[in-house]
Design a protein around this ligand. Structure first.
Ligand SMILES: [Zn+2]
Ligand SMILES: [Zn+2]
Length: 175
């Protein structure tokens, strides 16, 4: 059934229709602002540059509804937090690898964590425990293997006062 145009405009000027129309416009504006806000929020989690975030927020507003879709095509694929976490993980892995790949500070020869002396240049790397002979790290105050207290002697290279002159190592000839 067909209505003459006058009837439609008359129906639209009906107060009930006006309320419905205003409600629809209100919902549309709300949806528009919500999509723009979502674009801004998403951009903030993915983009570091504040100017680019501002640009993304503008695109989220104009053109309405189409802007956020355009943004979806161009947004960075990862959250900044994920990127940072991955970088931290890589750094931790590199540190673990560096611990596995220990080198003599003097001649850069590869040494095991258990070595007391560099086998290539005879530099003293670590002190050994006086009671059990295990290698000790420089900062340890007690031997973790036999619980003997470590005397507070700093294991400076070639400058340890105790247990010297036995191995006949070089002193200060390496600098
Ligand atoms: Zn060495
Ligand atoms: Zn010990």
């Amino acid at each position: 059934m067909s209505m003459p145009p006058g009837t439609i405009s008359a129906a639209l000027s009906n107060p009930d229709w006006t309320v419905a129309k205003n409600g629809a416009v209100f919902l549309l504006v709300l949806l528009w602002l919500a999509t723009a806000y979502w674009t801004f929020k998403d951009a903030r989690r993915r983009i570091e540059d504040p100017w680019l975030i501002g640009l993304a927020a503008l695109i989220g507003l104009f053109p309405p509804f189409l802007g956020p879709i355009i943004y979806l095509f161009f947004r960075p694929p990862e959250y900044l937090q994920d990127v940072r976490e991955r970088e931290l993980e890589i750094k931790a892995m590199e540190e673990r690898l560096a611990q596995l790949d220990q080198r003599c500070p003097v001649c850069r020869a590869r040494v095991e964590p258990s070595y007391l002396v560099c086998p290539v240049c005879t530099t003293r790397l670590k002190q050994s425990c006086a009671s059990c002979g295990q290698p000790l790290e420089a900062l340890w105050q007690v031997c973790p293997y036999c619980a003997a207290a470590v005397p507070p002697v700093l294991p400076v290279l070639g400058d340890a006062p105790s247990t010297s002159s036995r191995s006949g190592r070089r002193t200060s000839a390496t600098d």
